[in-house]
Design a protein around this ligand. Structure first.
Ligand code: FE2
Length: 427
């Protein structure tokens, strides 16, 4: 029916509003009490009762071909990106479409339950049968009832590290991926890395696709491919559809170089995506003490008006063994290790989770305003701060006016001498 009314929802700005959705679109956002619940069927009404309501969440960076494989065939005990790639290489030797689709479907449903309606997933194109790409393109159709899935052609092991990898990348593009990727810091040489950036820019222009590169995901301060990407994007005028994912080496650049690079990124319009869960455990793995944190320069990038999205990256895979596909978990990790635990940081974290991620994936009609898509999330939480504090349950998730997920908050009691006491972590 694609119609719904949510009454008494508290927005990220703190306003308490009624939201009316008709024909899959938000038609009215009015002060609480001014909506017309009686005009909606009883099963198309939800009283948020002052709880937080936001636009839908977005996952701008995940690897759904590898999700759910943590520990198979081995755990990544060194915690390095390199061992993760080795473990994944061993796993993917016997990979099948059904195996990928089954694991990925479970993770997509977890995302949906957490309020995510758009996901950008990478598909490893260095797997010689391209089973990974085939599976995630099939998944794109299979889960279209709950999420919009974008598939990135991602040459995990490099484009020029094997004679077949460039052809496999081109074949993945022909198969119908949505976005084109690369991993210049994983090429054998600096020159190959630069060439890989230019090659995928050419490919993206030829096929009119966005770009999303794993780039400078290392603690090596001499890894400087983001400057190449930003420069190429600027010259070609494609910055608004180009994303630099990770850029963790920026943590280790000297300030003079970082300042120059951030200015270039801002001028180019290239966005950045930080992936706190993975980079909190992968970066600094080669360090003695003091051990670097190795995340990108979020505060300086944002101050320069660079769009910085916030992704999870891995859910139960060789690069990050944990996770439950919740963007709020990624934000919770970030607020700790990026020194974003101040009160003013709350709005910045939510901006990254919503508007910035929407810009990264090119979401149209996004927002919680009249004439935007009829999609929203209600949290069992009174406000934006507490929703982060508790990673609050998503009591209701709507997509284009239809219910995608619903969570009944748990009930907990503590036994006191004078009887049971109800505990509420969220209010
Ligand atoms: Fe990644």
């Amino acid at each position: 029916m694609t119609e719904y009314i949510v009454t008494g929802g508290r927005t990220l700005d703190g306003d308490v509003v009624d939201i009316e959705i008709r024909d899959g679109t938000i038609r009215r956002v009015v002060p609480a009490g001014d909506g017309d619940p009686a005009a909606f069927p009883a099963d198309r009404r939800h009283d948020a009762d002052g709880r937080l309501v936001t636009p839908p969440l977005i996952e701008p960076h995940v690897h759904l071909d590898a999700t759910g494989t943590a520990g198979d065939p081995t755990w990544n005990e060194s915690g390095t990106l390199a061992e993760g790639i080795e473990v994944w290489a061993a796993y993917k030797e016997g990979i099948t479409v059904d195996d990928i689709v089954d694991r990925a479907t479970r993770t997509v449903e977890w995302y949906a339950a957490h309020g995510v309606t758009r996901i950008r997933t990478h598909a490893d194109t260095t797997e010689p049968s391209l089973t990974t790409v085939e599976a995630l393109l099939e998944l794109r159709d299979r889960v279209s009832d709950i999420v919009d899935l974008q598939v990135v052609a991602f040459p995990q092991d490099g484009i020029f590290t094997d004679p077949d990898h460039e052809d496999l990348l081109h074949e993945a593009v022909r198969m119908g991926v949505d976005v084109i990727g690369a991993i210049p810091h994983n090429e054998h040489t600096r020159e190959d890395g630069v060439e890989s950036v230019r090659a995928v820019c050419d490919l993206a222009e030829r096929h009119d696709r966005p770009l999303d590169l794993h780039i400078d995901e290392t603690d090596d301060p001499n890894s400087r491919f983001t400057e190449v990407l930003a420069s190429e994007a600027l010259k070609r005028g494609i910055g608004d559809r180009t994303t630099a994912s990770h850029t963790t080496a920026m943590h280790s650049y000297n300030n003079a170089y970082a300042d120059k690079l951030i200015s270039l990124l801002a001028e180019s319009g290239v966005s950045v995506v930080t992936n706190p869960p993975d980079n909190s455990v992968l970066q600094g793995s080669y360090d003695d003490y003091p051990r670097r944190r190795g995340h990108t320069r979020i505060d300086e990038l944002r101050a320069a008006d660079v769009t910085v999205g916030l992704g999870h990256d891995s859910v139960l895979d060789p690069w990050y063994h944990y996770g439950q596909a919740d963007p709020l978990d990624a934000a919770f990790v970030l607020l700790h290790y990026a020194h974003m635990a101040g009160r003013d940081d709350v709005a910045d974290l939510w901006e990254m989770l919503t508007e910035a991620n929407a810009a990264v994936v090119g979401a149209s009609g996004y927002g919680l305003r009249e004439d935007t898509e009829g999609s929203l999330v209600v949290y069992d939480s009174p406000d934006a701060f507490n929703a982060l504090r508790t990673r609050a349950p998503r009591t209701l998730v709507l997509r284009a006016g239809d219910e995608v997920a619903r969570t009944e908050p748990a009930r907990t009691t503590v036994q006191r001498d004078d009887g049971p006491s109800a505990v509420d972590f969220h209010r």
